[in-house]
Design a binder for this molecule. Structure first.
Ligand code: NAD
Length: 455
């Protein structure tokens, strides 16, 4: 079935009103939760085949996040779907005012490969909660996971409600040519531009969850040992293939050497002296990403790591110092287990480096200095971030997650997902018993009264 036929079928189903009742949505979310449990091994095996992701990371960063989100949404959904009262205003006295969240209709979700289950199904939770039908396109790069998602979801959901479409660029282009009611895209900034251009033709609203270079600052007041451990975890989990991973470090010059020693120690503690043998360290997803990452290794001095094996798609957790000028490693999003480290003397210098680049998806600061915290939050624009940790903000469903500028537009997670996939309809209701005549012609003598109210 091509994109056009699929959308027509979903639209007919949506128009039947089947997806709108809150009971239906709750039932479907429970179904999703159930299938995640029943097929946990299949999801684990598929992602393992794609890039050797360990089981613990699968649960902590994919399946567990999904379970947690669904549980939260199930708890809140009845409240969110009720009309929300808002205040009236004097101009329209007397009136009752409220908003109603209505589903957009048929939405398209396009997912990337790096957290191939979570990033496909987390937006799906929001789309179901809001009462939409969904066409979901997982990434062709993680082909085992894409196949598993199609097979498993196909067993549990009717295609007119949730359809998984596998395929590459051609499939995406076919889908993007259709008149969906909403498009939710996660992926690169480059493809984000293509998606937005296609959406503009039908005036389809979009959420774009994109990438970029997320900086991480460590100043001299930080607890260096803890900072090193947390950053090493956030950089090398998923082998660095994380949109919010610290892309590069800005370390205050006086503490660089001490910090890097702790950092090296953390890598050894996590993955042993030879991370290639560790069952806890994943691989790079394919040859082209391997080659791209491998080329960065020549753009600085290797402080630790640096070993690679193309046959195994293995790149050792690597720290680069003394970065050469004019290379790509400080221009492109790294998206792999290589961490360039720059130094700065005073914080404004670090702010200038960050602000000379596109607005990042995330920013991290390790510091005990409150002024440093205020300066970073005030002077740098970024999607979201954490003080004294990395990645952690993403795990709190009370914090909307999304980028700004070239790192994206719109946000999701928790209530924000429900809002993202709903149109907020505003309603004012008036009684008949009072009809103040100021707005009606003839206008003579009425302006002064209107001016008294509208000021
Ligand atoms: P990508 O942009 O290459 O691909 C994403 C999706 O777009 C895939 O489903 C792919 O099939 C499709 N696609 C690729 N080329 C296309 C084209 N020419 N036309 C239409 N569709 C096309 O991204 P990726 O390599 O899968 O993922 C990595 C990128 O995603 C990184 O930049 C990363 O930072 C970003 N990312 C962002 C988030 C976030 O939440 N903000 C999360 C994960 C990844």
């Amino acid at each position: 079935m091509d994109g056009k036929e699929l959308l027509e079928r979903q639209r007919t189903y949506f128009k039947s009103g089947a997806t709108k009742s809150v009971e239906f949505r709750i039932h479907q979310l429970k179904t999703l939760k159930k299938l995640l449990k029943e097929h946990e091994d299949e999801f684990n095996q598929a992602v393992y085949k794609d890039f050797k992701k360990p089981e613990l990371e699968m649960y902590a960063t994919e399946l567990g996040i999904l379970h947690n989100e669904i549980s939260y949404v199930l708890k809140k959904l009845k409240k969110w779907t009720k009309p929300q009262k808002v205040s009236g205003t004097l101009v329209n006295f007397p009136s009752k005012n409220y908003t109603v969240a209505e589903p957009y209709g048929s939405v398209l979700i396009i997912a990337p490969w790096n957290y191939p289950v979570q990033l496909a199904l987390l937006p799906l939770v929001g789309a179901i909660a809001a009462g939409n039908t969904v066409v979901l396109k997982p990434s062709e790069i993680t082909s085992h996971t894409s196949k598993a998602i199609k097979e498993i979801l196909g067993k549990w959901f009717k295609e007119e409600f949730i359809a998984v479409v596998e395929g590459g660029v051609d499939t995406n282009q076919d889908l993007l040519a259709q008149d969906f009611d909403y498009i939710f895209f996660t992926g690169s900034t480059r493809v984000g531009q293509i998606v937005m251009e296609a959406a503009a033709k039908n005036l389809t609203p979009v959420t774009l969850e994109l990438g970029g270079k997320s900086p991480c600052i460590v100043d001299e007041t930080a607890d260096l040992e803890t900072a090193a451990r947390r950053i090493a975890w956030g950089k090398f989990v998923n082998a660095g293939q994380t949109c919010v991973a610290p892309d590069y470090l800005l370390v205050q010059s006086g503490i660089r050497d001490q910090f890097l020693e702790y950092f090296k120690e953390s890598i050894r503690d996590f993955y042993g002296v030879n991370p290639k043998l560790s069952p806890d360290y994943p691989r790079v997803v394919n040859e082209s990403h391997f080659d791209r990452l491998n080329s960065y290794l020549e753009e600085g001095k290797i402080f630790c790591g640096g070993k690679t094996d193309r046959n195994e798609l293995y790149i050792e957790p690597t720290v680069l110092v003394d970065i050469k000028k004019g290379g790509s490693v400080m221009e492109e999003e790294i998206f792999g287990p290589i961490l360039p480290v720059l130094t700065y003397e005073e914080l404004p210098e670090a702010v200038n480096i960050i602000n000379s680049k596109s607005k990042p998806l995330s920013l991290y600061l390790f510091s005990k200095n409150k002024e440093a915290e205020s300066m970073i939050i005030e002077k740098c624009s970024f999607g979201g971030g954490a003080i004294n940790d990395v990645l952690a903000h993403l795990g709190n469903h009370h914090l909307p997650f999304g980028g700004v500028g070239s790192s994206g537009m719109g946000a999701y997670h928790g209530k924000q997902s429900f809002d993202t996939f709903s149109h907020t309809k505003s309603i004012m209701k008036k009684p008949f018993w009072l009809d103040i005549p100021f707005r009606y012609a003839p206008y003579k003598g009425k302006l002064k009264w209107i001016k008294r109210v509208l000021k």
